[in-house]
Design a protein around this ligand. Structure first.
Ligand SMILES: [Cu+2]
Length: 132
């Protein structure tokens, strides 16, 4: 069992290293989250709201490992006392947060895996989104 945990942790690190924080480097699976391709939203699917607050370089709220089922609609809201940028690795979603304000990114968690969510400029990990 311990070995499994180590392997999972190593994989998470590897994913993080590969994904990096490169802006514009689109190496994703090429999904089309735009939603204009004729797939009606599932009315019964509950949106998972994730709220994180950053003050003085520390994240509080829905931090740590957040597990959701594949396909769950996510609304991630982050408030920060300094201007920064939300970055959802893997899904490569970003949103600018003005100082003292809250910004949100909404997306469907359609790709299984563990994805780091961070404040890009502060290089502060907010949480890990575990999809699957
Ligand atoms: Cu990043």
């Amino acid at each position: 069992m311990g070995r499994v945990a180590v392997v999972v942790a190593a994989a998470a690190v590897a994913v993080g290293a590969l994904a990096g924080c490169g802006h514009g480097a689109s190496t994703g699976p090429g999904s089309n989250p735009g939603g204009a391709s004729g797939k009606p939203p599932a009315a019964s699917t509950t949106v998972r709201t994730i709220n994180v607050k950053v003050r003085g370089g520390k994240a509080t709220g829905d931090t740590g490992r957040i597990a959701v089922a594949t396909g769950t609609p996510i609304v991630l809201s982050v408030s920060s006392d300094v201007a920064d940028e939300i970055h959802v690795h893997g899904y490569d979603r970003k949103a600018n947060i003005p100082a003292g304000a809250t910004a949100s990114v909404a997306f469907a968690a359609n790709t299984p895996g563990v994805f780091e969510v961070e404040l890009e400029n502060s290089k502060l990990q907010l949480l890990q989104l575990q999809v699957g």
